[in-house]
Design a protein around this ligand. Structure first.
Ligand SMILES: *Cc1c(COP(=O)(O)O)cnc(C)c1O
Length: 401
């Protein structure tokens, strides 16, 4: 057996759509990208979407659009991928990290509340593994801190409170209280990187909910300016005969999604319901198999939420970091690729250099030390899933006996 961790699920449908684009005479940002934007907007019930080249670019752009920069603070989880935090630094603001709840991959909401001050301009919650954060709780905390909020841009004034710029890199299609993730955020950010549920190879989307005092068309226009050189006319509009002239109104960035990439997304969209269904089947089999063992999986649904099943996170009760690493090695010897989500940010060099210490994030460390993520993807056969379960249980049993 040789079971990869998360290979891309690409069929003839994706290939045909890309070939169609290549033959069409238009390969950069154009109608296919616009079509994907519309599909995403409708799918997650938001008011607009711009497709970009990554979730990282999307989050960074949301912060820039909000006018967040030097002197501001943005809070995110210590238990995430670096992109949720590095974007705060990209815009010149201060990264504030919050520990997780005890025995949970979610932010500690009380600690989050205590970290809010007059400099706090946004919170970046992370829907880890596809499981939505407690958006109602988050909104309640933000409303309770409304009088501390000091807006320093036009958009911040319009919003009038700390903004939710969510990291939904894992959670396209997840629901929280029957609302799609994205609906509860001011700005939601999705990743279509090669290892995600829904992929365009590389890519991402920035979606938003309407803001009183500015139209969705104006928001789209400003986001386009921020992500395409600050040029007031995109490549498609410039192709109109005689329409050569343009202006540059900001020294901006280059984050657009080309149509070749969007084409993959259009095909993935047609298949997405089926892909999510297969993920659910595998999760159910895993969950049933690990009942009454020392393997404790992350819950993908509850009465409050329904995850899209992006990653299968487990924790092995009672083991230390070294034992966890041994299990991963043994799985690898048997041809099973596994992973750890995540090494908390304060354990990584760049964050240590900023002064973060893992001792200040004890819950995040405890989540990390015994965490193992199993393969969960739509190319897995039933036999492979069974093989993973049998071997994982056997290895864990030998080690914890
Ligand atoms: C993949 C990922 C990102 C970054 O997505 P890109 O599209 O590669 O920029 C951000 N946050 C989390 C939690 C991720 O897993």
């Amino acid at each position: 057996m040789n079971i990869p961790f998360s290979p891309p699920d690409i069929t003839q449908l994706e290939i045909d759509e890309v070939v169609d684009t290549l033959k069409s005479g238009w390969i950069t940002t154009g109608n296919k990208t616009k079509k994907l934007e519309k599909l995403i907007t409708d799918y997650i019930n938001v008011d607009g979407t711009i497709c970009l080249n990554s979730a990282t670019a999307a989050m960074e752009t949301a912060l820039r659009f909000l006018g967040i920069g030097e002197g501001d603070e943005v809070i995110t989880s210590a238990y995430t991928y670096t992109a949720s935090a590095s974007v705060i630094d990209h815009v010149g603001a201060k990264i504030v990290l919050v520990d997780t709840l005890e025995d949970s991959f979610m932010m500690d909401y009380n600690k989050l509340n205590s970290l809010i001050n007059e400099k706090t301009k946004a919170i970046i919650p992370v829907d880890i593994a596809g499981v939505p954060v407690d958006y109602d709780k988050l909104k309640e905390i933000i409303l309770n801190n409304k009088d501390k909020f000091k807006p320093n841009s036009e958009i911040q004034k319009l919003i009038g409170r700390i903004a939710i710029v969510s990291d939904n890199a894992h959670s396209l299609g997840s629901t929280y209280k029957n609302r799609k993730t994205g609906e509860d955020s001011d700005f939601s950010n999705f990743s279509f990187h090669a290892v995600k549920n829904f992929t365009t190879g590389e890519g991402g989307a920035l979606s938003w909910k309407s803001i009183d005092g500015i139209s969705d068309e104006e928001i789209y226009k400003r986001l386009q300016l921020l992500t395409l050189h600050g040029q007031n006319k995109d490549a498609l509009s410039k192709t109109k005969l005689g329409s050569w002239e343009y202006d540059i109104i900001g020294l901006n960035y280059k984050y657009n999604m080309p149509d070749i990439t969007a084409a993959i997304g259009l095909a993935q969209f047609k298949r997405y319901d089926g892909l999510l269904k297969r993920r659910k089947e595998i999760i159910k089999y895993y969950d049933d198999s690990f009942k009454n063992t020392s393997i404790e999986p992350l819950k993908h649904c509850s009465d409050k939420y329904n995850s899209n099943g992006h990653l299968y996170l487990t924790r092995v009760k009672g083991i230390a970091e070294t034992e966890r690493n041994k299990i991963i090695e043994k799985l690898a010897e048997r041809g099973i690729a596994s992973n750890v989500h995540y090494k908390p940010l304060p354990m990584l060099t760049a964050y240590k250099n900023l002064g973060f210490k893992i001792e200040d994030f004890p819950n995040a460390y405890n989540q990390y030390k015994n965490e193992i993520t199993l393969p969960l993807h739509t190319l897995l056969s039933d036999e492979e899933v069974e093989y993973i379960v049998d071997n994982y249980k056997e290895i864990v049993n030998e080690l914890t006996r």
